[in-house]
Unconditional design. Structure first.
Lengths: 1456, 310
């Protein structure tokens, strides 16, 4: 986002000209200062300054949040004004008023006004209620408290958020939410750091580091706001989250730059830092967070838009009809004008109307008479129907999430049917597709693979049992213990933070706080407890033991075998090659406590060290020349530090550093000073639980993994890292440099001094693609080199394997630097650091120089766990014809990895990557890609594409890679910067065109605003229905812009949910929401609206179900009918109109002719017509209704009943009450008239004969997809979903390998579609399918390593069962009987589920557990003894509580 | 979790989960064609029955109804229909003296309220029809057929809707402050010179007229000719003589006047339309059924009959 700050002026409210003049900067100074004197140093801003000082509130936005639309006073006019934007409302009011014109001779004009007023009132009430809830949430936020420095009281006092103003000093404590954009001036952290969690802004849960403004961190005493006299100049408020520029001008005229590292953004949360103080720079609506939130938008569904269009047609029709009759009337009047006909009533003055006037009056009259053509109740009825639909969606038990105890929430009432028409889905990644939980899965060290089977099993178990109370049998008792400890710690932590944070909070606030604190980054047991691979654990402890013995020798590591040394280095690298911060769960960090006694522990240690080493390498000022000379002394210093752990002084220091010495106690010492541990009495566990807070979750996962191997990171300071090993004790590595991760290098490195060997080591961790290329080339001559090469190729193989599994792979490598090499590099590095121009570039080069000739240690496979069922959902949604785009703030590699994992990208599919550094580059790249894509499209041969693809484009160092494998259509990956270019006016068309060609699009590193821009672009340019789904506050704007916004509840706060139209607990529920409910809502509403132009109905709109849910899920293609707007299209409208015209003719002429030349009076003639109309409506509805439930029947019978009852009562109630109409006793007379009945019989049937006939013809000759699906659904009525299916589903973990492949899912459905044509072929097809299944199963049986006898038995049972479906199908299919809920007759779905594509050895664990589960169920169903229990415990409802499952498993094992 | 009862888990009921047992008809030729045949089979006999009945209405047996018919008289004209005051007709005293505005311009005449007011009343049919039987070809004496003036209006109209102003005085007294409609020759209390109880607003001719016809060509019941005994037809064959006292102009609206004598069957007066319509629709339906049968045979779509699915 390279934007001019001036261009971001548009959010500025107008009328602040004085600041425009001021230019592009804002000047902020302390509110505590007295008003500035005339000799204000800031030139050119004097006037503004004074104004600002005189009334800050007027000029700078205060921190009050206001999202409401109305105030009490403005509500009525404003709301009415908005309502009259609806054309229909205007029309209705017009009609109602027209009634009052005497000339049109309306009957009872007052009555006409009632429905309009009712509609307006209902809508107004709804709006009022919505606005009030907005007001309440605003109020809650505005009245959050925080500490603001008060000039009067000279201390920090509690104030509400809304009272904060620019220039105030705010003190924030740990876990507090930042109330405004604040410049960080002081931190309790000794290094002047402050960690914030930005989840509310960008959805990333990792901690970000913010730094105190340079010059303030050196302050010795506590920061005193009263002494702050500097002036801050900064940019005007803008919405760029990633950028902040400015400078601070001190009194002495010195300037210091301000960067985004100094700014704390509103909405973020302070973590790991006890207290910070800052000055407010932007407040309220000027904060970056709020500027990134585009306001709410009135969403109107597409159907409604189309409906409005048809309403307009109706108006036109009405006008035409009225005109026609007006002209006719004029002519008719003219005919009798001179004759003074008896029935021609003259005006009150005796003159008769001229034909023209009569025609005009008649026109108006006709409009009133024919106004029913435009259904006045349409809007109200639609609202009611939608409310009911929303209710049903809310009530769907299959959208209920057991884990979070939340069901789907519909927050927008008026766009349910849009769910059925979505064409593009824009999804956030983190927390939406993934659970945002990184889990260490497997690793390879030195060419040997450690598959961590136990860990995988454990993960599988987590999947089954997420409920906390559940006692799950686990591998080892130690595991259980650690889980228990974790929980207790978490509870403790929660209560404490709640207490410390909310002093004056209401209950709701406290709840919110606890919710927030619960969600500190990466602390689920799934990530923390890793079951180590026994072999590897053995090796690690061997190293540990050995090194503990030989640590004092000259070269301790050299004695180890190369493999073991690799293992050791691997774990050291895992532990320290990161930026993970260690905290103990009892916040705030204890590090803070030390601060007031000793100024800074780091400094102290430095001093301490300095006593032994005159110069230190890490301090940038130290001369390199002295390096060689101080070598020996340095070494002694280091070894002193690491070896003299018994030294009480050092020990105490270390304890003060924070982590109370972990009491593994193999070293024989225990913590002497309990007073250092305030929480120790409350802690039942001897071992202090450590928490690792990382910038990226995979780092945390690696550290946790290392910890599982007893290689625990215990402390990290900015220049040293401590690692705890059981035998070796604490090793403290001197951290010389950290070369941070960047997306171009795709790796990070740390340079450390190894305490054991005193060598300078570089540990590098990075993407395999880059690290493998940087390895030290080794000759294949000597044995060692050969061995190395072998290891590399092995590792590469494993890496490929990991990637296939969808794991995120990282390579770990090491380089040992000689002192000379290091000195040489250090010199250039220091130069780079100190250079002013292109510092980044130089640092980059410097890093590249260092990271060469690496020695490969190993590789890890981390799983960013996908949410349950994400790949399946995506496949289904794809089949449903939805385009899925992923817009994520994450880095490109991660995004691509995830995309592969969730089957968004396919491995044999071309991926176009767009990374451009400039506008021109982007344009060129786009052109190239377009050309490429088009050329692919034009000549088909796939070989051609393979060669032609390399979109060679690499300005500077950017990589434009195009992996090319021929596929159906390519996928597009684009990063944030290129996206910014591509979204420019001149490129957006090209970009869209390219994106349209692509199967899936991935936008990485995109800001919230970019996300919404992309959505907006697709919406407006492609005229497509869009859905945005996300879980974090960073998705809010995207959610708001999209036609349908879906929020994922429960993960990252409620912002996304608040902004969304629908909130689902999990991504996978999207499938059912769209494919089932979306389709239903759309189809119902479309039919209803179509019918509505004809006559109102409610029940159909609410209850009609064209295709049952299971068929819809089975055949996602049916969703396309909604996308293509098949049910509600202009043709249907006009056909309906023609039909309606015919029907009305029938309804008129049959009574007309029947009563021709009789003594019938107006009401006796009119009432049968009404009755006929009613019957016709009902019959018509009967033809249109596709699902008849008792409610439909009741509704129909009730309407008839109501009609007659009301008519009878009305006609008997009063003889003279309803002038000028006087239908007294009409109905009663009619009921005695046989002609009435005869008419009522013939007219509706005549009216509907054609419709029925053509419907039947269409159904027979040209059935639609939906109709076929309905038919097949009826032929194969849904087998009640039983526990077996559920079990199968439950046992599918997120592991993408076990996903039901497309072909598999499709095979039954294809049978379904084909079978309509021929029953016979279908009968042959299905058995063959199940035969295949059983064959597959038998192969599984063989290939699977059988571990336990129970498994064997389970498999046998399964095989036994699978042989049954063949017979079952043979019997059951032809006769199509309803199946009894016994196990045998339900085999078909089961067997089809088993038709898995590959039971490879990779995923045999999960499939094994699945099979065993099934086996147990078979056991169950065969035993009549357990039948009852089973029925009781497993109602045939899909989502099963987890504990049921476990109960089942437990019982099953008992049973075997 | 233990507290499943407190969760927000939706109820697993058939209604809430939209799993109500339902009948899902699927409209194809196969499923629909029985309907067509059934319609045909039912309608054709009904049609024939109605047709026969309608044609069997003989005009002179049983009670004979005497109608006057008007054509091209738009009694359903919007402005015309409104031009009445039901309160006044119901005998409301204040409405009698101060009729509704709807009656304009037939509300007041020469500063006196018109009773009954409005255009409908003003345009009341006021010809007098008398029917004579020429008893003997040779004998020119005419035998007046007795025409019953009462019993031609709805009972509810005469007893509920229409009432004279209350009071014990004579009708003339009760209507004293009013004047008769412009077109009328005599006041409302002198409509029936023979029967005192058939005067004022409850005059049945008046009530019949006030029940405005739905269609421009209409007939209204004028008199009843009661049958005397079962042996003789009510109106024996012979020459009849109709004496019309012509008061009512129809030229102004290009209309025509008719006099109809008719008896009624169970389904009213003679109107062959319904019978024909039933027969036609029945036949068409049958035909369409055949078409569908052919289609169903040609495209052997395996469409089952509708059954209950869940």
């Amino acid at each position: 986002m390279q934007r001019e700050s001036g261009s971001a002026e548009e959010p500025e409210p107008p009328g602040r000209r004085w600041r425009r003049r001021e230019g592009r900067t804002r000047t902020v100074r302390s509110n505590l200062l007295p008003p500035p004197s005339a000799e204000d140093s800031v030139a050119g801003a004097t006037k503004g300054e004074r104004l600002q000082r005189l009334g800050c509130v007027q000029h700078l936005a205060d921190n009050r949040l206001k999202t409401t639309k109305y105030t009490l006073l403005s509500f009525l006019p404003k709301n009415l004004f908005e309502q009259f934007h609806r054309l229909a409302n205007v029309y209705f009011v017009f009609i109602a008023l027209l009634n009052f014109v005497p000339a049109v001779n309306a009957f009872q004009p007052g009555l006409a006004l009632a429905p309009v007023l009712f509609i307006l009132a209902v809508t107004a009430f709804k709006d009022l209620w919505e606005d009030y809830s907005r007001y309440r949430s605003d109020h809650e936020i505005n009245h959050l408290g925080c500490l603001v420095f008060s000039r009067e009281e000279k201390k920090y006092v509690n104030r509400f958020w809304k009272e904060i103003r620019v220039g105030d000093f705010v003190r924030l404590r740990c876990n507090e939410i930042i109330p405004a954009d604040i410049l960080l001036l002081s931190s309790s952290d000794p290094d002047g750091l402050c960690h914030i969690e930005t989840a509310n802004l960008d959805g990333e849960t990792n901690l970000k580091r913010r730094q105190v403004v340079r010059g303030f961190s050196e302050l010795v005493s506590e920061f005193n706001p009263l002494t702050f006299t500097s002036v801050i100049e900064c940019e005007k408020p803008n919405n760029d989250l990633t950028r902040f520029r400015g400078c601070i001008i001190h009194d002495n005229g010195k300037k210091a730059g301000l960067y985004k590292e100094n700014l704390l953004l509103r909405g973020c949360t302070i973590r790991n830092t006890e207290a910070v103080v800052g000055i407010v720079i932007y407040a309220g609506h000027e904060t970056k967070a709020l500027l990134n939130n585009s306001g709410p938008r009135y969403k109107r569904s597409q159907l409604e838009r189309q409906m409005n269009c048809d309403v307009l047609w109706c108006v036109l029709l009405l006008v035409c009809m009225s005109l026609f009759s007006a002209v006719g009337h004029g002519l008719w009047v003219q005919r009798y004008q001179d004759k003074k006909a008896l029935f021609d009533v003259p005006e009150s003055d005796g003159s008769s109307l001229s034909p023209v006037t009569a025609a005009v009056y008649s026109f108006l009259t006709m409009i009133i008479v024919l106004q029913v053509l435009i259904p006045i109740s349409l809007y109200v009825s639609i609202e009611i129907v939608k409310v009911c639909q929303v209710y049903f969606i809310n009530q769907d038990i299959e959208l209920y999430d057991e884990e979070t105890d939340s069901q789907l929430q519909c927050r927008a009432l008026n766009i349910t049917e849009d769910l059925g028409q979505i064409q593009y889905i824009f999804s956030d990644k983190t927390g939406t597709l993934t659970e945002n939980k990184m889990v260490f899965r497997r690793c390879t060290v030195s060419g040997i693979e450690y598959s961590h089977d136990a860990n995988a099993q454990r993960l599988a178990r987590y999947q089954e049992a997420d409920s906390e109370e559940e006692e799950v049998p686990r591998g080892g008792s130690s595991q259980r213990g650690s889980i228990g400890s974790h929980q207790s710690v978490r509870i403790l932590h929660r209560s404490q933070s709640t207490k410390s944070y909310w002093r004056t909070g209401s209950r709701a606030e406290a709840k919110r706080a606890s919710m927030l604190s619960k969600h500190t980054a990466f602390s689920s047991p799934m990530e923390k407890d890793i079951t180590p691979d026994p072999k590897l654990l053995e090796k690690v402890s061997e190293c540990d033991r050995y090194l503990a013995i030989s640590r004092h020798q000259e070269h301790p590591l050299a004695q180890l075998s190369p493999e073991l040394s690799d293992v050791f280095d691997f774990f050291i690298a895992l532990t320290i090659c990161n930026t993970v911060v260690v905290t103990s769960p009892d916040q705030p960090r204890q590090k803070v406590r030390v601060r007031f006694e000793l100024k800074s522990p780091v400094k102290t240690i430095e001093d301490f060290l300095r006593r032994f080493t005159p110069s230190r390498l890490t301090s940038g000022c130290s001369s390199i020349g002295s390096l060689a000379t101080t070598k020996s002394s340095h070494k002694s210093g280091c070894s002193f530090m690491s070896t003299l752990s018994n030294d009480s002084m050092l020990l105490r220091l270390e304890e003060r550093l924070g982590q109370p010495a972990p009491a593994i106690d193999s070293n024989g010492y225990s913590t002497p000073a309990d007073s250092w541990e305030p929480n120790s009495p409350q802690e039942p566990q001897p071992k202090q639980e450590l928490r690792f807070e990382a910038e990226s979750p995979d780092e945390a996962a690696l550290v946790y993994a290392a910890k599982a191997y007893n290689c625990a990171l215990v402390d990290r300071l900015h220049d040293q890292v401590s690692v705890e090993l059981p035998h070796l004790g604490r090793l403290t590595f001197e951290l010389l440099h950290t070369l941070g991760f960047d997306s171009i290098r795709k790796r990070m490195s740390v340079v450390i001094r190894h305490p054991l060997t005193d060598e300078i080591n570089v540990y590098t961790k990075g993407a395999d693609s880059v690290v493998m290329d940087l390895l030290l080339p080794c000759s294949s001559d000597d044995a060692r080199g050969k061995h190395q090469n072998k290891i590399r190729s092995k590792t590469q193989n494993y890496l490929n394997l990991y990637a296939m599994e969808g794991l995120r792979t990282l390579c770990i490598a090491k380089r040992v630097l000689s002192k000379e090499e290091y000195a040489c590099w250090l010199q250039s590095h220091l130069e780079a650091e100190s250079s002013v121009d292109n510092r980044e570039e130089l640092l980059f080069q410097s890093a590249i120089r260092l990271e060469t000739n690496l020695h490969l240690l190993g590789a890890t496979g981390i799983e960013d766990r996908l949410q349950d069922g994400v790949p399946e959902t995506i496949t289904k949604l794809r089949q449903a014809g939805l385009q899925i785009w992923v817009l994520t703030g994450d880095k490109q590699e991660t995004a691509i990895n995830i995309a592969y994992a969730c089957k968004l990208l396919d491995h044999d599919e071309e991926v176009i990557t767009l990374n451009a550094e400039s506008q021109e580059a982007c344009a060129a790249l786009l052109d190239q890609c377009l050309h490429h894509v088009q050329s692919r499209g034009s000549h088909r041969p796939p070989e051609k594409t393979e060669s032609s693809v390399n979109v060679g484009f690499s300005p500077l160092y950017l990589a434009s890679t195009t992996t090319t494998v021929s596929g159906p259509s390519p996928s597009l990956v684009i990063d944030g910067r290129s996206l910014a270019y591509a979204l420019e006016k001149n490129l957006e068309d090209k970009f869209l065109f390219l994106a349209k060609q692509c199967r899936s699009v991935l936008c990485c590193r995109s800001t919230p605003l970019q996300k919404s821009m992309v959505v907006k672009l697709v919406r407006s340019k492609l005229k497509a229905m869009t859905l945005a789904i996300g879980d974090g506050a960073n998705d809010v704007s995207m959610i708001q812009v999209a036609d349908v916004g879906v929020g994922i509840s429960g993960q990252e706060g409620m912002q996304a949910v608040m902004a969304s139209d629908f909130a689902v607990p999990r991504f996978r529920y999207l499938e059912r929401l769209l494919i089932v409910h979306g389709h239903w809502c759309y189809s119902r509403l479309a039919n209803m609206v179509l019918y509505f132009f004809y006559k109102n109905t409610l029940v159909t709109g609410v209850l009609d179900k064209d295709v049952p849910a299971h068929v819809l899920l089975l055949k996602p293609q049916l969703y396309k009918s909604g996308q293509n707007m098949e049910e509600y299209r202009p043709r249907a409208f006009w056909l309906n109109m023609v039909d309606a015209a015919f029907q009305s003719l029938v309804c008129f002429f049959i009574p007309y002719l029947a009563y021709y030349d009789s003594d019938v009076d107006m009401f006796t003639w009119g009432t049968p017509i009404t009755a006929i109309a009613l019957f016709t409506f009902l019959l018509h509805l009967g033809i249109e209704t596709r699902t008849w439930t008792w409610l439909n029947w009741t509704a129909c019978v009730f309407s008839i009943f109501l009609f007659f009852t009301v008519a009878l009562i009305y006609n008997a109630s009063c003889a003279t009450c309803y002038p000028p109409s006087n239908p007294y006793w009409t109905m009663h007379t009619l009921l005695g008239d046989p002609v009435f009945y005869l008419i009522c019989l013939i007219a509706p049937i005549t009216a509907l004969l054609p419709r029925l006939f053509f419907k039947a013809l269409q159904g027979s000759l040209f059935p639609t997809q939906l109709q076929l699906a309905r038919q097949s659904a009826k032929k194969f009525p849904k087998k009640p979903k039983t526990h077996k299916e559920i079990l199968v589903q439950k046992h599918f973990p997120g592991d993408p390998k076990t996903e039901l492949s497309e072909g598999m899912t499709m095979s039954p459905s294809e049978t379904l579609s084909k079978d309509c044509a021929s029953e016979a072929s279908q009968n042959t097809q299905q058995p063959s399918c199940s035969l295949k299944t059983s064959r597959e199963l038998s192969t599984v049986d063989i290939s699977m390593p059988l571990r336990e006898d129970t498994m064997q038995e389970g498999l046998d049972a399964q095989a036994l069962g699978s042989s049954r479906p063949v017979e079952a199908v043979l019997e059951a299919c032809p006769e199509d009987s309803k199946r009894k809920p016994t196990s045998t007759s339900q085999e078909p779905p089961l067997s089809s589920l088993f038709n898995l594509p590959s039971f490879g050895s990779l995923n045999w664990i999960s499939s094994l557990s699945m099979v065993s589960g099934l086996g147990s169920v078979f056991q169950f169903s065969r035993s009549s003894l357990h039948m009852d229990k089973q029925d009781g415990e497993f109602p045939p409802s899909p989502p099963q509580p987890d504990q049921d499952l476990h109960g089942l498993q437990g019982q099953a094992t008992d049973y075997f | 979790p233990g507290g499943t009862t407190k969760t927000r888990r939706p109820d697993n009921t058939a209604f809430k989960q939209q799993r109500l047992p339902a009948w899902q008809p699927f409209l194809t030729a196969g499923t629909v064609l029985p309907t067509f045949f059934i319609i045909g089979l039912i309608f054709i006999p009904i049609g024939i029955g109605i047709f026969v009945t309608s044609n069997n209405i003989r005009e002179i047996e049983g009670n004979v109804f005497m109608y006057y018919g008007l054509s091209n008289f738009y009694q359903n004209h919007r402005r015309y229909v409104k031009s009445r005051d039901d309160s006044q007709l119901n005998g409301d005293r204040s409405a009698l003296l101060n009729p509704s505005k709807e009656c304009e311009p037939y509300r007041r005449n020469e500063d006196k309220p018109i009773a009954p007011c409005g255009a409908i009343a003003n345009s009341m049919f006021n010809d007098t029809l008398e029917l004579f039987l020429v008893a003997n070809e040779s004998d020119p004496t005419l035998m007046l057929i007795p025409l019953k003036r009462r019993g031609i209006a709805w009972w509810t109209d005469k007893n509920v809707k229409f009432r004279n102003p209350p009071g014990t005085e004579s009708l003339k007294e009760r209507f004293k402050d009013t004047t008769h409609p412009v077109n009328w020759l005599k006041p409302v209390y002198e409509l029936d010179p023979e029967d005192e109880d058939n005067n004022g607003f409850i005059n049945e001719d008046f009530i019949v007229w006030m029940r405005t016809a739905a269609l421009p060509t209409f007939r209204k019941l004028y008199r009843l000719i009661e049958r005397k005994n079962d042996l003789h037809p009510t109106l024996p064959a012979g020459r009849y003589y109709l004496n019309i006292t012509y008061n009512y102009p129809v030229h102004s609206f290009d209309g025509r006047k008719r006099m109809i004598l008719s008896t009624v069957s169970w389904m009213g007066g003679k109107n062959p339309f319904l019978g024909i319509a039933y027969i036609t629709i029945g036949s068409i339906s049958f035909l369409l059924g055949v078409v569908l049968l052919v289609i169903n045979h040609k495209y052997r779509n395996s469409s089952n009959t509708a059954d209950i699915t869940i």
